[in-house]
Design a protein. Sequence first.
Length: 450
Amino acid sequence: MRVRRWAAVVAVTVALAAALVVLVQLTRDGAAPTDGIHGTDAAGTGAAAPPVPPASRAGTVTVPRLGSGASASRVPSTAVPTPAPTTPSSPAPDTGGSPAGTSSRADPSAVGPGATPPSVPPADPTSAPTSAPSSDPSTVPTAAAAPSTTPGSAVAGPTGSSTPGGAGDGTSAPDPHGDLAGPTLTTAAAWPTLQPGRILDDRSADDVARDVLDAVDEAADLGVRQHVAVLDRSTGDVVAAVGQDDQVPSMSLVKLFIATDVLSRAGGVTQLDADTEQRLWTMITRSDDGIAQDFWDADGGPEIVQRTAVRYGLADTEAPSDRYWGDVQVTAADLASFLDQALQQTGVGPWLTSAMLSAADTGDDGFDQDFGMNAVTGAGSKQGWGCCLSGVLALHSVGFTADRIVVVLSTAEPDAPSEDLQTADDLSDDPGARTSIAAVTRTVAAAVGS
């Protein structure tokens, strides 16, 4: 009797153990992996689970390349933790992260602390061109270009101001040529890529400095005060300098500041629409006053000079106290340093090199530009002329060869009253202006060895 009872207990125990084994196996079969790698969904149906993006697994932010047109946004995590055997799994919640928005990574072609490339909208052929906005919140935003002045409505001022038909280029009379001047550019990369020529000059630096000083002294004997700076482009060393820290009115040389400011704030020439680039090209190659006035008005006037002085470290360059952009105060030393930096600047230098090498022999107002650096074969140049801002007749020439940067600024007393120097022809015929032009050309020749 006792044996039968023990046999029954053993049989029941074995049956219970077998049932427990079966239950455990069934429980394990119901909990499938859910990490998207093993090919089974959360319910154990065998359907393929979507792969989890690597960014989601790491909890990072995916940022597209700048200029791709996409916005940076956080990728929500779709990874699901392994559930308990009796609880269905659910997607992990999005816990936040970086907000959506475009990348603000700095463009290496931009200049200045914290400069970032702006978004450039497609060019609208029906709208007036404007330069790109500044990425610096302390600068004046770009406004729409000012409308052209109706002939006869300009305010009278000194020669080189806004007087209709006035000689020089302090601020401008209405542009009589409109869009007819300069090359036709259809894309933002249509400008020609040019390189300066190399002038054979076996003189020592001391000889160059002596020859320049002799030319400056000769000009002084004729009543022309010259301010000169010559740099060696390969070393950056000063080859010759005379009166290099004296301030004079810039006249059209300020157009170099206007152009580089537009290019720098846009993030380089490739960020400009073709129409804006065309206008800059004409402003530099033909010294177009109307275009310069439009940019001056649109981009903040004196703020252009202030931004340029900070960007290139120009200690003695000052914005005008009046409205005449030709009365920006510059020095030969600052202009030489500016050119040395700007010609090497990413997104600016190649364009500026080509534009200055393409300078026309005749300015937009009909003035003969074929003097000074513009008369040197293979040289890039920008000329400035006018009377009588700051009470002087000013004739300037700046530029470069493959070897040197040359700045020759000159001032003299006009031989005629300002009211008799109201056109380019008047200025060209003035004996004092002709004397200054010849003196500038001689000093340039002494600087480059031509």
